[in-house]
Write a protein that binds this ligand. Structure first.
Ligand code: ADP
Length: 264
């Protein structure tokens, strides 16, 4: 077996070489390029907030005579950027575990409508800042057999995106329907939408259609790559449709075999 493995390895490296990455096989050169881009992105994502934290702390250090209010503002800036770094690092750790094959699903049956309501409530402070209402019309008798924590994470990512990219005073609706052997969970917003040319890229790590907007809203550019992994692992499919300037709908297709009904 060892000899065969060495032989296959040599043949592949002669041909330029391939690396098995996640669910796909990619050439070594491409993999190195991706790795370099990834490291550059991570460095950038962390250097920018570090610079902001340092600048704000330095002004406090060098201007002790400033008013408490002013100092409070500088500390607030440093706090916000530290929060951002925490989010980037948490998301990166999740993806590192994904890449190392260290994450498994722990399935259990839970009430989907309740999970979505709890998640929406957690995000209400963010929605309230833009006067956005969230409506949930999922049947409260539905039980989903899935990893509860990861489903929560996926719901946070999709609802958080709907809030981040929605216009003020708009509504987000979360609904469900059954169609052709699937239970379809829909997150619909009336936000800025996604340009057709960007549609394919939204699942790429660190991709953001509008860097400044995502940053302002606390985005990391990693949410949808995490959401996609969670969906793939459960055998779900995410489909995003969007009309620029009108809004976006993210649908999660769940096979009916994973759906149960709560008994009266
Ligand atoms: P981010 O943290 O930047 O939101 P994501 O990976 O979750 O990162 O999403 C990638 C990009 O896809 C976002 O930066 C944004 O440009 C676009 N996007 C995702 N969801 C929406 C949405 N509901 N409406 C408009 N654009 C969206």
């Amino acid at each position: 077996i060892l000899i065969i493995a060495v032989f296959i390895g040599m043949t592949l490296s002669l041909a330029g070489g391939y690396i098995i990455s996640g669910r796909s096989i990619i050439p070594v050169k491409e993999s190195i390029k991706r790795q370099q881009e990834f490291v550059a992105n991570v460095s950038h994502e962390l250097r920018t907030p570090i610079a902001v934290v340092l600048t704000n702390l330095e002004v406090i250090k060098t201007a002790p005579e400033e008013t408490v209010r002013q100092q409070w503002q500088w500390l607030g800036n440093a706090y916000d950027e530290t929060k951002r770094m925490e989010k980037v690092v948490t998301d990166l750790l999740f993806l590192a575990k994904v890449d190392a094959g260290q994450l498994n699903l722990e399935r259990e049956k839970f009430n989907l409508a309740y999970l979505i309501t709890d998640t929406s409530e957690k995000l209400m402070p963010l929605a309230a800042k833009k006067n956005i209402s969230i409506y949930n019309s999922i049947d409260d008798k539905i039980l989903l057999n899935a990893d509860r924590l990861k489903m929560t994470q996926l719901a946070i990512i999709l609802i958080d995106n709907s809030i981040k990219y929605s216009t003020e005073n708009s509504a987000i609706t979360i609904s469900s329907k059954e169609d052709k052997g699937f239970f379809i969970l829909k997150f619909k917003d009336h936000g800025i939408g996604i340009a057709p040319g960007d549609m394919e890229k939204v699942y790429e790590r660190f991709f953001r259609a509008d860097k400044a907007r995502s940053r302002d809203m606390g985005g990391t550019g990693l949410g949808l790559s995490i959401a996609k992994w969670i969906a793939d692992e459960h055998d779900w499919k995410i489909e995003i449709t969007s009309k620029p300037g009108k809004g976006t709908t993210a649908s999660v297709f769940i096979p009916m075999e994973q759906i149960y009904y709560e008994e009266e």
